[in-house]
Ligand binder design. Structure first.
Ligand code: SER
Length: 321
């Protein structure tokens, strides 16, 4: 049977690029984008789109039946900084959507589920350097609590009901096509835009705050690679550690200065500093590399080059119109 894929949260930072990539692989009509509200003109014209509230199991089922969907990527979530402001809303969105999709998989309406976890599942008592796949996980944020709980639900549905659910603990994801919203790692996206537009950036984390990060292209490739891997190779049904690069605000600023020599950065840490301080600095992802062959491509230098040249080309294009 050929695959028909539903993406919940397709208009978000990762969902947007994941939808594009999956459409290029599976064909545009075999990838159904959905979100709680309509997306931009490009999203609405590029293939099938449905309005779905990811916490509404019946709505999800309706679309699954309409298109004969057999795989769901659940990308709708409230990120760390926003969830600290709205704890119960964050918990509700992150958990209710996951349980809705897992139940649909248990009832055999779908064959395969992708659900993202995060490095935020770790907490202040986890080892910060080379954080292992299995270690102490006592998160101090609502987002992190929802991710640890979600990981255990995935594992439970796999073990008890045979649900084929696969998951990755993403580090901070850096993109330039669609902006993130409400995360603690968002500074590493904002910095490129401000560097090009204003030549200066005020960072909400302190200069030496080291966090695990990854370029969007690598994150998308990892996600699809995991979903396409043979079932026998997936040994972890909570969620896989995934890593590429780790850097500090100071280090990314230095890299940007190679392209914009007059760029300046100032530091004004806010409540997000405590969130960042509770997370790992460098993650050990050897299990993902061994089990399903994960390899990252971008380091800080190649990512910065790609983002700056892409944003400059985009600015030139819109200046010409
Ligand atoms: N990027 C996310 C956040 O900052 C972490 O998974 O909330």
């Amino acid at each position: 049977m050929s695959d028909t894929i539903l993406i919940l949260g397709a208009c978000g930072q990762i969902g947007t690029e994941l939808t594009q990539k999956l459409r290029s692989i599976y064909g545009k009509d075999n990838v159904i984008a959905s979100d709680i509200r309509e997306g931009n003109a490009e999203m609405m014209s590029a293939g099938p789109f449905e309005i779905i509230d990811a916490t509404n199991q019946e709505q999800i089922l309706g679309v699954i039946q309409k298109y004969k969907v057999n795989q769901v990527y659940l990308m709708a979530a409230m990120l760390s900084a926003t969830a600290e402001k709205y704890p119960l809303k964050g918990w509700d969105l992150n958990m209710t959507s996951l349980l809705a999709v897992l139940e649909l998989a248990k009832e055999k309406h779908i064959e395969k589920v992708y659900w993202p976890s995060s490095m935020a599942a770790f907490g202040p008592t986890s080892p910060k350097m080379n954080t292992p796949q299995q270690t102490i996980m006592e998160p101090s944020t609502v987002y992190g609590i929802s991710k640890v709980a979600g990981e255990h639900w995935c594992n439970y549905y796999h073990d008890k009901y045979g649900v084929d659910v696969r998951s990755i603990r993403y580090p901070g994801i850096i993109s330039w096509k669609t902006l993130p919203g409400g995360g603690t790692t968002d500074y590493a996206v904002d910095i490129y835009f401000d560097a090009l537009e204003k030549g200066t950036f005020e960072c909400f984390l302190s200069e030496n705050t080291r966090l695990p990060m990854m370029y969007m292209d690598d994150a998308i490739n990892a996600t699809i690679q995991l979903m396409q891997a043979d079932e026998e190779s997936i040994k972890t049904r909570t969620s896989y550690n995934l890593a590429a690069i780790s850097f500090t605000p100071k280090e990314i600023a230095e890299e940007i200065k190679k392209y914009i020599p007059n760029f300046t950065i100032t530091y004004n840490p806010d409540f997000r500093q405590a969130i960042a301080d509770s997370w790992p600095q460098v993650i050990d992802d050897s299990a993902a590399r061994k089990d399903w062959g994960w390899r990252h491509q971008f380091d800080l230098a190649s990512m910065t080059k790609d983002i700056i040249t892409s944003l400059q080309a985009k600015a030139e294009e819109s200046a010409e119109v």
